[in-house]
Design a protein around this ligand. Structure first.
Ligand code: LHQ
Length: 264
C-alpha cells in the first residue's frame, strides 16, 4: 500500500515504512504522522507482521517537524506545540509498546523529532554518512518526542545535555561509540544489513521479543527487586510459548528452530 508521503509495504513478515518527502528531507507533516500512526496500529494488530522497518527516502532520514506546516504562520498567532505533540506522542508510545521489534534504518540526517523517532526504535542502524541532531535549541525549543528521556539513558547526562544544548550533528560512528545507536555501517551496506536484521526478526520468536520490550520498558522505573519479580512473571509466559518448546527442541536435535512468533 502506498500514499504520497509515507510509503508502506508488507511482505515476508516485514512491514517497511518509508518517510517520503525527499525534497524536504522528509520533514514531518501532520498528514504523515496520521498515516504513520495508522500503519503502526495495523502492524500491532497483524500477527503476520513480525518486524517494522522505518527509514527515509532520499538523502535524509527526517529533518523533524515540518517548520512550514501550517501550524506556524509568520506574523500570525504562535502555535501551541504542546497541542501538536498530541499527535506525535502516540506514535512514540506505539513504537515503544509495539509487541514486535522496530528497526530504524537511518539513511541520512535525523534531526529534531526525526532523531527522536529514530531513537525510539528498538535497533538503530545508521549509514556512516548519517548524523543525529537535537536541532530543537536552534529554534528555541526543547528536545521532544521522548528525547529528554532517551538521551540521558542512552548516552548519560553530560552528553545528553551537550547534544541538546549545542544542537550540533553527531556523526553516526560517534553515535555508535557513545551508545546512542546500535550500529553505523557503510552507506552502501545499510540496506543489506537492515534487510538481514529484518529477515532474522521476521522468523524470530516474536512473542519473546514483545516480552523483552515490556521488561526493558519497565526497568526504567523499577527497582532491581521489582524487576526480578517482573522477569520471573514474563519468563513464565515466555516458557509457556510454542517458540520456547521449538527453540529447546531444535537445540537438542541440533537443527534450526522454526519459530511461529505466537504466544500460544
Ligand atoms: C525543511 C526542514 C524542516 C521544513 C529541511 N521543515 N522544511 C516540534 C513540534 C511538535 C512536534 C514535533 O517536534 C517538534 C520538534 C521539531 O522537530 S522542530 C524541527 C526541528 N528540525 C529542525 O530544526 C531542522 C531544520 N533543518 C535543518 O536545519 C537543515 O535542513 C538540515 C541541517 C537538517 C539539513 O541541511 P541541508 O543539508 O543544508 O539541507 P537544506 O536546509 O537545504 O534542506 C533541504 C530542503 O529541505 C529545503 O527546502 P528547499 O525547498 O529550500 O530546497 C529545506 O527548507 C527543507 N527542510 N528541514 N524541518
Amino acid at each position: 500500500m502506498a500514499n504520497e508521503h509515507l510509503l508502506v509495504s508488507a511482505a515476508d513478515g516485514i512491514m517497511r515504512l518509508t518517510l517520503n518527502r525527499p525534497d524536504k528531507l522528509n520533514a514531518l507533516t501532520r498528514a504523515m504522522m496520521r498515516d504513520l500512526e495508522a500503519a503502526l496500529e495495523r502492524a500491532a494488530g497483524n500477527p503476520d507482521c513480525r518486524v517494522v522497518v522505518l527509514t527515509g527516502a532520499g538523502r535524509a532520514f527526517s529533518a523533524g517537524q515540518d517548520l512550514a506546516d501550517s501550524v506556524y504562520v509568520e506574523g500570525g498567532p504562535q502555535p501551541d506545540l504542546g497541542l501538536v505533540l498530541d499527535q506525535y506522542n502516540p506514535i512514540v508510545r506505539r513504537v515503544r509498546a509495539l509487541p514486535k521489534p522496530v528497526v530504524a534504518a537511518v539513511n541520512g540526517i535525523a534531526a529534531g523529532a526525526g532523531a527522536s523517532l529514530a531513537l525510539a526504535c528498538d535497533l538503530v542502524y545508521a549509514a556512516r554518512s548519517a548524523s543525529f541532531m537535537q536541532a530543537f535549541a536552534r529554534i528555541g525549543l526543547i528536545p521532544d518526542c521522548g528525547s529528554t528521556w532517551m538521551l540521558p539513558r542512552l548516552v548519560g547526562d553530560a552528553r545528553a545535555r551537550g547534544l541538546a544544548m549545542l544542537a550540533e550533528p553527531l556523526p553516526a560512528e560517534k553515535a555508535e561509540a557513545w551508545g546512542l545507536i546500535w550500529k553505523a555501517v557503510d552507506d552502501d551496506k545499510l540496506a543489506a544489513e537492515v534487510d538481514a536484521a529484518a529477515s532474522r526478526f521476521a522468523s524470530g520468536p516474536t512473542y519473546g521479543f514483545a516480552l523483552q520490550k515490556q521488561a526493558f520498558a519497565d526497568s526504567a522505573h523499577n527497582t532491581l527487586d521489582a524487576q526480578l519479580d517482573l522477569e520471573r512473571a514474563l519468563q513464565s509466559k515466555a516458557s509457556a510459548s510454542p517458540d520456547y518448546a521449538e527453540g529447546v527442541g531444535a537445540f537438542l536435535a541440533k537443527r534450526k528452530p522454526n519459530f511461529t512468533g505466537r504466544e500460544s
